[in-house]
Ligand binder design. Structure first.
Ligand code: ADP
Ligand code: 5GP
Length: 196
């Protein structure tokens, strides 16, 4: 896959770290950005729409996509499968969109290997306690799902130093501004014509 000069930015964080919120703001303000909508086998949250937050698929459909090589990467996170569909990604590249990914630490490592010019940013919550507070305030998961997500926190934090940049999402406004600043810097110093 050639990136045809396309800028791509990949955000990771522990669950509740603020990726979706930051991405939502960027998409609202900058129409040239395109968010890669992933496939997942997890159940939709009450406020999620199929095709908007995720393509919600069955395990057998996900397995079929893996077999057919339709995913750029995939990983198991918190007991469910998540993957990046290749076809819409290639289309967005062809249209010269700036692409935003929201991937877990395993998926991020695979994407960076496949596509070295991707800018990777790790979003950190100000503290574990604040993360827990935000996860509960989101009111989208049951207590045992929240616990499952918090369990992965330490491992994910350890992976943070593998990213190009790290941002603390304390003030949302500042975090968004920092993401945009790193994108501007990356655009200046990176060769986007490499083959992947
Ligand atoms: P993720 O997509 O990483 O799982 P979300 O974007 O859903 O995380 O954020 C988790 C919760 O924290 C949401 O309810 C969101 O509104 C809230 N949130 C995100 N950033 C901040 C911030 N800087 N300050 C306070 N609350 C925040
Ligand atoms: P959530 O269920 O909270 O939406 O997402 C759980 C985790 O899966 C998050 O860390 C999110 O970044 C990650 N994720 C979402 N889509 C993908 C994907 O396509 N591939 C991978 N590897 N991880 C994903």
């Amino acid at each position: 896959m050639s990136n045809n000069g396309t800028l791509a930015v990949l955000l990771s964080s522990p669950s509740g770290g603020g990726k979706s919120t930051i991405i939502r703001h960027i998409l609202k303000t900058f129409p040239e950005f395109w968010h890669s909508v992933s496939c997942t086998t997890r159940a939709p949250r009450y406020n999620e729409v199929n095709g908007r937050e995720y393509h919600f698929v069955t395990v057998s459909e996900f397995e079929r996509m893996v077999q057919a090589d339709e995913l750029a990467e995939f990983a198991e996170v918190h007991g469910d499968w998540y993957g990046t569909p290749l076809l819409p990604l290639r289309k967005a590249q062809g249209e010269g969109k700036k692409i935003i990914f929201d991937l877990d630490v395993d998926g991020a490592a695979k994407m960076k290997q496949r596509w070295q010019s991707i800018l990777t940013i790790y979003i950190m919550p100000p503290s574990r306690e604040e993360l827990e507070r935000r996860l509960r305030k989101r009111q989208s998961e049951s207590e045992d799902v929240i616990q499952k997500r918090l369990k992965r926190y330490d491992r994910e934090q350890q992976e943070a130093n593998k990213y190009d940049y790290r941002i603390i999402n304390d003030s949302l406004e500042c975090a968004i501004e920092e993401v945009l600043m790193y994108i501007r810097v990356w655009s200046k110093v990176t060769d986007f014509t490499q083959e992947v």
